[in-house]
Every structure is written in C-alpha cells, then in structure tokens.
Write a protein that binds this ligand. Structure first.
Ligand SMILES: [Zn+2]
Length: 338
C-alpha cells in the first residue's frame, strides 16, 4: 500500500499498516522520535498470505517518515493481539531492539505457544454455553492465530503501569487498561493530554470484549474501569490502534460505556421471564444471521456481559444435567424484594 508521512503531534508519527481482514483492513503503529532515537508502538500483523509476511510494509511505512528500520531501539506493544504484535518476532530478529509489554502479556502469549490447547479450551467453554456439536468446529476454527505471529517472543522488559518514558521532549506514562486484553497498556502524555490508546479507545468502533472462561474473570468490568480511568485523564487527543486520531477521549469513553450499559439491559430483557443459554442470548441480541467469525465474537461479547452481570449479582448461572449453563435473572437488590 501507499505510505505517507503523518505526524499528528510533534515527533509522533502514525504508521498505517494493512490487515487481511474484511471490515478491519488497517492497523496503526506509532513512531516516537527524539534525540534519544526511535521507539515504535505496535508493529502490525505477520500476514502469511503476502510476500515477506508484510515486513516490507513496515519498512516502507517507517521510510516514509524518514526512519530506517534498524534505528528502532525499542518496540512497545499495547497488547499482544496479532494485528499489533504479529511482526514483533521478526523485528527483534532484524534489529535486536527491546520489546516492552505489560507483565501479564506472558499469559496472553499462551494462545500462540500452544494454539491447539487454546482452541480446545474455547471448544469446552462454548459447549457449556449451548453451542451444539456441529457448530463447535466452525466456531473455533478462528482460535488459531499462530500463523499471524512471526514468533511468540516474550518481552525484554515487563511493564506494570505507572512507569514513565522520557522521549522526544515528552514524558509518557504507561497506563494499564485491561479489558480488551488483560495486558493492555496505553501511553499518556499528561502535558499535552495525548493518549496512545491501542484498542482500549477507538473512534469509530467499539473494542471487542472477549471472555474465554477465566475463573472469576470479569473483562467487561475491567474494561469499564479502564474507560473510567481514561475519562478522568480527559485526553484532548487520542491516537487509536485503528482509524484516525480523534479529540475528546472522555466523551468517547462515555459513549462506549453507555453502549455496554444498553447491551447489559438488553441481555436482562432476554432472560426476564425464563433462563437461557449464552448461545440463545447471543441469537436474541445479535441475530442468527451471522458469519461464523462474527458469531464467535458475539458469543465472547455475550459471555463477557454475563460474567459482569454475574459479578454484580444480577444473574445466576445454573448448571443443567447435561453440563450446559443457563443464565437466570435475579431480582435487583432492594427492588422486587417485597
Ligand atoms: Zn487491534
């Protein structure tokens, strides 16, 4: 693709890299330049279907900003989903650069290290939630992201959130924003109120919140807290992982939180009279005419919302004799109680 120089803030460049997915065909990486050298935030996907897996796209995007790939000293990955992290292994190999990620990214890398086990786990999860045997294979055919990652390389430095990076005259703070991924981090410039938001805050789409059966996991609860934290920062300018930079991050955070609030309400509405499986709830909320990939995403979203309602004491999970789960609406505390 055509690469050009985009510098949305002084010394901060936006690289636009191709993705092989219909409906999500671009991902942003950001380049932080300064006297200290060059830092890259995210690096694009390792695409098995194109020549050199797309590495030359990254090289060309850097060149359009006047930077040679060998100048990259540090790669910071906001979260290790393939579209942001896929090229990391190759980049480390080529440049010897450092790789910084949140410490919990280690657990997120397991899906690449043992994709068969990850797929099996999701099969088990979906079977419990009312997906029939015939559909299981089709829905879990998308769990294997290994081929979109050059190698599941680990961080050379673990971040926890709160650390700072002084670069190019700015002092960036790392903010841990779990939800879209448990290991998600953003970079925050408190002086100019600029947020490099990864996939935690996107301008045109609502970030996908998945649930993979983690014991006591509540990724939507985590995500809503991350949105609140961003709202408090009041970003003036947001540099997202997909799409153009946008203004007023607090307002966007509120809009996304309201979207989830409505979806929580819609789920409670579906189960107001009788309990249903997550698969039935997904059909009722998202419709049945979904492509397999969309249906897998929709199920993950529904499960994340149900885990949130469960943690809030608004729904109860009931195990049936055949091992499948039903979700039952509980009376609101303080209401309906007589
Ligand atoms: Zn992404």
């Amino acid at each position: 693709m055509e690469h050009r120089r985009r510098e949305p803030a002084k010394g901060v460049f936006r690289l636009v890299l191709p993705l092989p997915f219909p409906g999500l065909d671009r991902v942003n990486a950001y380049l932080l330049t300064g006297d200290e050298g060059v830092v890259l935030v995210d690096c694009g996907i390792w695409d098995p279907a194109v020549p050199d897996h797309g590495y030359s796209e990254l090289v060309a995007a850097l060149a359009a900003c006047g930077v040679e790939v060998s100048a990259v000293e540090t790669l910071i990955v906001t979260h290790p989903h393939a579209d942001h992290y896929g090229m990391a292994g190759r980049l480390l190999e080529e440049t010897g650069c450092e790789l910084w990620m949140h410490e919990s990214a280690r657990e997120d890398l397991l899906v690449y290290e043992d994709p068969a086990a990850a797929t099996e786990e999701v099969r088990g999860l979906l079977a419990h939630h009312g997906v029939n045997a015939a559909e299981l294979g089709e829905l879990t055919g998308f769990e294997d992201w290994r081929s979109y990652v050059s190698s599941p390389v680990g961080a050379t430095r673990d971040l926890r959130g709160g650390e700072t990076l002084t670069w190019g005259g700015r002092e960036w703070t790392f903010v841990h924003t779990p939800g879209h991924a448990r290991s998600h981090i953003c970079l925050w410039d408190p002086d100019q109120h600029i947020l490099i938001s990864g996939d935690t805050l996107l301008g045109a789409i609502t970030p996908h919140i998945d649930f993979r059966g983690e014991e006591d996991g509540n990724p939507l609860g985590d995500f809503l807290r991350s949105l609140e934290a961003i709202e408090e920062l009041e970003p003036r300018l947001v540099f997202p992982g997909h799409g153009r930079p946008f203004e007023d991050g607090a307002e966007r955070a509120r809009v996304i939180a309201r979207h989830h609030d409505r979806r929580l309400g819609a789920i409670l509405q579906v189960i107001r009279r009788e309990p249903h499986t997550a698969a039935e709830i997904t059909d009722a909320i998202f419709g049945e005419a979904l492509l397999n990939f969309q249906r897998r995403m929709a199920l993950g979203e529904a499960l994340a919302h149900l885990a949130y309602l469960g943690a809030n004491g608004e729904v109860e999970r009931i195990e049936q004799g055949d091992g499948t789960y039903l979700f039952k609406k509980l009376p609101r505390r303080g209401a309906d109680g007589g």
